[in-house]
Design a protein around this ligand. Sequence first.
Ligand SMILES: Nc1ncnc2c1ncn2[C@@H]1O[C@H](COP(=O)(O)OP(=O)(O)OP(=O)(O)O)[C@@H](O)[C@H]1O
Ligand SMILES: [Mg+2]
Length: 189
Amino acid sequence: MRVSDHVRRGPADVGATVWLTGLSGAGKSTIARALAGRPRLDGRRIEVLDGDELRRTLSAGLGYSREDRDANVARIGLVARLLARNGVLALVPVIAPYRAAREQLRAEHRAEAVPFLEVYVSAPVEVCAERDVKGLYAAQRAGRLSGLTGVDAPYELPQAPDLVLDTSRRRVAESVAHLAAALADRGLL
Ligand SMILES: Nc1ncnc2c1ncn2[C@@H]1O[C@H](COP(=O)(O)OP(=O)(O)OP(=O)(O)O)[C@@H](O)[C@H]1O
Ligand SMILES: [Mg+2]
């Protein structure tokens, strides 16, 4: 067997940043983790850059002003881009509420010809508030928290997302399958 027979070619070698944007509780982390955990992807280099985890590390000290949110998105975007240009599929479940910051990410990826997909994980705010996984919506209602995206802080809707996953209408498995198909269509999976 020649050495080249061991070298994997094709989609498995192409990196990309897949940014999952949407309200808290929309299902971004759930979908990213489910995709990354697919047994079929065994061997694929894949990283989930989750906003919650990175706010404790990479973005420790940043708050929730527009400036700090933009800085958080820019830092995570940089890490994603570095991974993606080295063949990793970077799945990024991070709210990224401001359109300009998301467009900046797209431009930075385009400048290096690194694939970038904006995936809008969509669910009505009422559905997210009903799920209230972290208790944020209840805390906002009770006046213990302010600046909650989509409630008393802006969420600027994606104008031309590469994909929309409506989690109020699709089960997790359906969203994951849809995302996987969209990546496969683009030769990224
Ligand atoms: N159809 C669905 N798709 C995705 N998640 C769903 C669906 N139905 C219910 N859920 C639940 O909604 C919750 C979504 O929470 P998740 O942590 O994934 O949101 P998130 O978008 O990452 O929020 P945050 O921005 O706060 O991190 C999970 O508890 C998940 O089980
Ligand atoms: Mg999350």
